[in-house]
Design a protein around this ligand. Structure first.
Ligand code: 5MM
Length: 341
């Protein structure tokens, strides 16, 4: 008998746990490996991800799910164990990125539209057989107000694609993570981020409703409300928490069981501290946790450096970030704990 979507979603946002986003596409993982001078071969990608998934107690205690790329969900560890089985043995839910990336949006220079709906029903059926019980689709919304970016058309088209994707996932018995990422790369202030995120989320939930997506069986993966990196005005954790929560109270229905943030280019500690600040002033109608890529992986990638003799060091670095973010998911993280470790 297949699991209920609500139960899978609840497991993905279990207390003190969050999601490891390890679904870098071929181009992105190459960029990451370039930073440690490592060639992006299939074996190196496998070794790196195997190192993370075998990180021991921290995986068991703090990671509820792992988002995989198509190649990874089919790979076996060096000893022949499927990577999916290693994830399941750690008590985490295997997930899969199913979008085909954000492409230029015709007619709207600067805007992007995420592709990947063609053939998705068939791909989801195969991913289910391979063990995936949740999926992820990322829409990318840039902010460049001087040039009219984002356009209303880009927000609407991305929201519609996310809703079509989510409906297909639920039909396949797979929980959709809906990720409308408003980028923090620009020079905009925090209030501009708030407004663009507000329009994006309102449109998204309108489309999910119109497409009959059962919100109880979904997880939202949003950006935090935060100033652009080039604004020169870093946002404090208190300000991020206040504005992000104000936005969600207006735009995210309480039927959504959990919100798992992306890190979006924040430093490791910033991503942890901002999540903690939100949970420290709970309770909230939804679970608030992490679904970090860079903020969980930057430290282990650098500690590993592509060398076999550094696997244990890479695992320690990953375990530390997983534990710090696990604490932040409960509002129990402190700067002292960060340093003590
Ligand atoms: C791990 O990175 C994911 C895949 O990115 P590409 O499709 O560009 O290769 C990415 O979608 C990620 O899951 C989210 O953006 C969150 O990651 P960060 O690094 O922002 O926490």
């Amino acid at each position: 008998m297949s699991e209920r979507l609500e139960d899978i979603a609840a497991a993905m946002v279990a207390d003190g746990k969050g999601i490891l986003a390890a679904d870098e596409s071929s181009g992105t993982i190459k960029k990451r490996f370039d930073t440690i001078g490592l060639e992006s071969t299939e074996e190196n990608r496998r070794d790196y991800r195997e190192m993370l998934f075998r990180a021991g107690d921290a995986m068991k205690d703090c990671i509820s799910g792992v988002i995989l790329f198509d190649e990874t969900i089919r790979q076996k560890a060096a000893d022949g164990t499927p990577l999916v089985d290693i994830i399941k043995a750690a008590g985490a839910v295997p997930g899969i990125k199913v979008d085909k990336g954000a492409k230029a949006f015709a007619g709207f220079p600067g805007d992007k539209i995420t592709e990947g709906l063609d053939g998705l029903r068939e791909r989801l059926a195969e991913y289910y057989e391979l063990g995936a019980r949740f999926a992820k689709w990322r829409a990318v919304i840039d902010i460049d107000t001087a040039n009219g970016v984002p356009s209303g058309a880009a927000i609407a088209s991305n929201a519609h694609a996310l809703a079509c994707y989510a409906a297909l996932c639920q039909e396949a018995g797979i929980v959709p993570i809906v990720e409308p990422e408003v980028l923090m790369d620009g020079a905009h202030d925090i209030d501009t981020c708030y407004e663009v995120s507000r329009l994006t989320l309102l449109k998204l939930y309108g489309e999910l409703y119109a497409c009959r997506v059962k919100l109880e069986g979904t997880i939202l993966k949003p950006n935090m409300v935060i100033a652009g990196k080039k604004s020169g005005k870093p946002s404090s954790p208190e300000e991020v928490a206040e504005k992000t929560l104000k936005l969600f109270r207006q735009a995210v229905p309480v039927a959504v069981p959990g919100i798992a943030f992306l890190s979006g280019g924040q430093s490791d500690e910033e991503a942890t501290s901002n999540l903690n600040a939100m949970n420290a002033i709970g309770p909230h109608p939804w679970k608030l946790t992490f679904s970090y890529g860079r903020a969980l992986q930057a430290a282990p990638l650098s500690a590993w450096g592509g060398k076999k003799e550094n696997v244990a060091a890479g695992q320690r670095a990953f375990a530390h970030r997983a534990r710090m973010n696990g604490l932040a998911a409960s509002g129990k993280w402190t700067g002292e704990l960060e340093k003590a470790a």
